[in-house]
Every structure is written in C-alpha cells, then in structure tokens.
Write a protein that binds this ligand. Structure first.
Ligand code: C5P
Length: 221
C-alpha cells in the first residue's frame, strides 16, 4: 500500500451510473489519494450557463467560464462555484438535461481540462469522468473503464434521485442517461471511448466493494 499512497495517477472513465464516482471516492479514502470528480466541473459550468441565461450564447458562456473559479473541498465531495457551495444544485434534472450539450463545446473543455491537469500535476490522484484516460491523463499509471447494463445504471441513478426526493420513474431515468450516453460517445471532441490500455470492469450485478476489490487488486500487482 505504501507505493500506492505516493505519486501515482489513476484515471477512470465510463458512462453515467457505471459506479465510477462512488468507487473512485471510496478508493481515494482507502488509499489516501485526492479524488477528482470531473463531471462535477462540467455540471458547475452548466449551472453557470443556466444562472446567467447564456446557455445559447456560447461566446458569453466561454467568457464566464474563463473568469469563474471552481474549487473542491472535503476531498472532492463538495464543489464551489465562485465560492458558493453548489454541490446539490449541480445534480438537478435541469443540469442533467443540459450538461452534455455544454460539455461538447471545445473551448469549454479546453478550460476545464487545463484546470484538471493543474489539480493532478502532483499525482496521488484518482480522477474519473469521460476523457480522463484518453485526454486529461493519457499517461496515467492505471486506467480503468467501468460499465454496466443500461437498466442497472438507470436503477442506480433512480435510487440516488429517490434519496433526493426527485419524483421520476426508472424508465424516465433510463431515457435520460441513454440520451446523455449518445451525446457523450458521439461528440466530435473528446468523446467517451475505451482507451486501448484501459482495464474494463463490468460492474453489472457487482457490489461497490466487489468493484473496489477488483480495481485495488490490479493496482497492487
Ligand atoms: O459524471 P457525470 O455524470 O456527473 O457527468 C456529467 C456530464 O458531464 C457527462 O454526461 C458529460 O456530458 C460531461 N463530462 C464530460 N467529460 C468528463 C466528465 C463529464 O464531458 N470528463
């Protein structure tokens, strides 16, 4: 384990609901690493667009993104946009619906990726999202691609939403993540794809602990 808590970088990608946030967060705690939730940053920028009514005005939005300050606290559990805790606001259905359209804008990705690379420069980080293994940290020491059946991913997201008292159905959640998957995998810049050197982990039917054991097992070898 001592080797683990040094300077290594672990990058993890996968579609919505594949379990990567929970797994990455728990591994970060277990191994004393920094956790980076890259999706939260695209969500914060989407919230910025909605709050300023500039979701259609890309030039204005890019300007705002260049000026805004995105910070994490509590080892990645909380996210602040210009010093305001927006950890809950970035998970609303409005943000879910718009985020993939905002995240496909190359200038926005450029700003966010620079920020992520600065955060990860010292290593000792586990970072997850859609382009961490391919674009953000192409030289990561370990790369994983997490996946699960769409039904299982929808059920997991539905359970999260129920905890937040959001009224919806599993079918509606499945339709929303299928639409987001389609946008994330087919966009021109930095689409979600499986890096050649990534280890694939199918999390369907597996508990969080089982997935963590598989991943940590690879890191130890
Ligand atoms: O991981 P999460 O589901 O919170 O990500 C929200 C959205 O942010 C994704 O559907 C995707 O459009 C975008 N995203 C991205 N690149 C990343 C992480 C997230 O484009 N590295």
């Amino acid at each position: 384990m001592s080797k683990i808590a040094s300077h290594i970088t672990i990058a993890m990608d996968g579609p919505a609901g594949s379990g990567k946030s929970t797994v990455a967060r728990r591994i970060a705690e277990k191994l004393g690493m920094l956790y980076l939730d890259s999706g939260a940053m695209y969500r914060a920028v989407t919230l910025l667009a909605l709050e300023n009514g500039v979701e259609e005005d890309i030039t204005k939005l890019i300007d705002l993104v260049k000026q805004c300050i995105i910070e994490f606290d509590d080892n990645g559990k909380k996210i602040f946009l210009d010093s305001v805790d927006v950890s809950e606001e970035i998970r609303t259905p409005e943000v879910n619906k718009l985020v993939a359209d905002i995240a496909k804008i190359p200038e926005i990705r450029h700003e966010i990726v620079k920020h992520q690379q600065r955060i990860g420069a010292k290593g000792n980080i586990i970072a997850e999202g859609r382009d961490l293994t391919t674009i953000v940290f192409p030289d990561a020491d370990y790369k994983f691609y997490l996946d699960a059946s769409i039904r299982e991913r929808a059920k997991r997201r539905y359970a999260d939403l129920q905890e937040q008292n959001v009224k919806t159905t599993i079918d509606a959640v499945e339709a929303e993540i299928a639409a987001r998957d389609e946008k994330d995998t087919s966009r021109e810049h930095s689409p979600l794809q499986i890096a050649d050197d990534a280890i694939r982990v199918d999390t369907t039917g597996k508990t969080i602990d089982e997935v963590i054991d598989i991943i940590v097992g690879h890191i130890n070898t």
